[in-house]
Design a protein around this ligand. Sequence first.
Ligand SMILES: Cc1cc2nc3c(=O)[nH]c(=O)nc-3n(C[C@H](O)[C@H](O)[C@H](O)COP(=O)(O)O)c2cc1C
Length: 192
Amino acid sequence: MQILNIIGSPRKNGTSARIAKSFVETSEENGASVKSYYLNGLNYKGCQGCEACHSKLDKCVLKDDAEELLDEMREADVIVFSSPVYYGDTTGQFKSFLDRTWSHVDVNYENENPYTSRIPKGKHAVVILGQGNSEDVHKDLVERFQMFMDIYGLQLHVIRATGLNGQANQDVTAFQEEANMLANELTKELAS
Ligand SMILES: Cc1cc2nc3c(=O)[nH]c(=O)nc-3n(C[C@H](O)[C@H](O)[C@H](O)COP(=O)(O)O)c2cc1C
């Protein structure tokens, strides 16, 4: 089982990155192989809207650090996306990368459902979102992720770490335990 771990917080050891780390470490203990990418340390542009991925190629035409990561997305069995909530959305670093994943969708506007995923079927997405606000705030972000993951054909699992106090090193044990449980479930399911 291959896991792709995409870290969207600029804080490498912040709350969301540590919850993601728990998920991948437990998966590794269960035999998975993991590749982690820290978006804040990569050089890449946001989508240029050139639509070359829908007219010339079946992938993004831009040559930068996101290329390898986009390729890995088609290979991995589980893709872990983690980000803090910044102004009601993911971080700018994460959002710029997410826009590039438009190249994973084939579009034919003449069809009733115009979107076909270029990511092979049967894969999972684990979305880890951390925020200062309580659980009832920013639910719309989860709904939007559900919509995008449906288009990609990825089965979505969400871990929301809410009510955080802003400190990178605060205790997130409860959310790490949730991540460990999910890792055990998914590794078991994918091994069978
Ligand atoms: C620029 C900025 C914007 C933020 N915006 C929000 C927000 O809109 N809603 C919220 O609940 N928390 C917001 N927060 C709090 C972070 O989501 C919270 O501290 C989170 O735990 C940080 O995650 P990290 O440790 O993984 O970096 C914001 C923090 C920063 C630095």
